[in-house]
Ligand binder design. Structure first.
Ligand SMILES: [Zn+2]
Length: 89
């Protein structure tokens, strides 16, 4: 079908003025509490509905931070064990 009449510049512009970006609706990941798209697996921790469904590769910075955390935790454990030993003695 062909257009019956030509639309004016104004009409075209009015029509296109109604086309705009919508802000994406976001929900919060139940595991890591970061904003994510609804009905999709979390791209930060790889979980969907509480189950792990994706293997997420860590960036170099995040890897370093993880190692630091693990080291700190290991130290804390050692310190606690030593304290417990002292208390037992
Ligand atoms: Zn997450």
């Amino acid at each position: 079908m062909k257009p019956k009449k030509r639309h004016t510049k104004s009409r075209k512009r009015v029509r296109r003025g109604a086309i705009k970006f919508k802000s994406a609706t976001l929900t919060v990941c139940p595991k890591c509490k970061r904003p994510i798209k609804p009905h999709t697996a979390c791209s930060f921790c790889g979980t969907y509905k509480g189950k792990k469904v994706l293997d997420i590769k860590l960036k170099k910075k995040e890897k370093k931070e993880l190692k630091k955390k693990q080291k700190a935790e290991a130290k804390d454990k050692k310190d606690k064990e030593e304290k417990n030993k002292k208390i037992k003695k």
